[in-house]
Design a protein around this ligand. Sequence first.
Ligand code: CTP
Ligand code: CA
Length: 224
Amino acid sequence: CDNLSIQNTLQGKRVIVTAGGTREAVDPVRYLGNRSSGKMGIAIADEFAKAGAQVGLVVGNINIAVPNNELIKIYQVSSTEDMLNQVEQLFDTCDCLVMAAAPADYKIKNNFKQKIKKKPGQKDLILELTQTPDILKTMGKRKNQQIVVGFAAETENLLANAQAKLERKHADMIVANDVSAGVFGSDKNQVYILQTDLEPVSWPEMTKKEIAKRLVSLIIEKMK
Ligand code: CTP
Ligand code: CA
């Protein structure tokens, strides 16, 4: 049976999976966030644990339960910078990183120490944003033996944009998906797999759990 065949294949291996969206503080009561549910990342963490790997699951904001599994250690983080710091701490001794999280791309340039108050007579509020660090790219540049896998969330030019991310971020694999139509929080998705020196492969629509299973099998092949 399928499950038995992958059991223990990753025993002694360490993987990092990130899941969910990060939040960037605006002021003491507000944040910038995104619609990531964490479902995909958590399904991947579960599959790695089934294969016997030790999983560091770095989670931002998620709206499903975190797994309760001896092989999965949860690291809760808030902002993109927090996520980067946590991933950096785990990276050198890991065999694989899967960035399924949706880190916020921008943070407030000058984080407000006090709650922003409405000013009488002032209808508009302009917030200045600045880019957060790119975790996948940072780790892609640093990798030695690690397999580094990222996602690409696109609403247009899916394959071209995903291919550019594969190269720019020094990733070994990119899972590309079109996020224009109800992917967030959904149980299903349709993805393309891009790998260095290979043509993109289209996977039929399937559940996120099925995608996780196929993805982990593919990563196991690459780790051999
Ligand atoms: N990612 C990351 N750090 C960031 C932003 C994204 O590590 N600050 C990772 C995501 O986890 C994902 C991959 O990079 O694995 C691609 O994320 P995506 O949002 O599709 O692309 P970006 O590089 O952020 O570019 P853009 O949002 O402009 O398309
Ligand atoms: Ca982004």
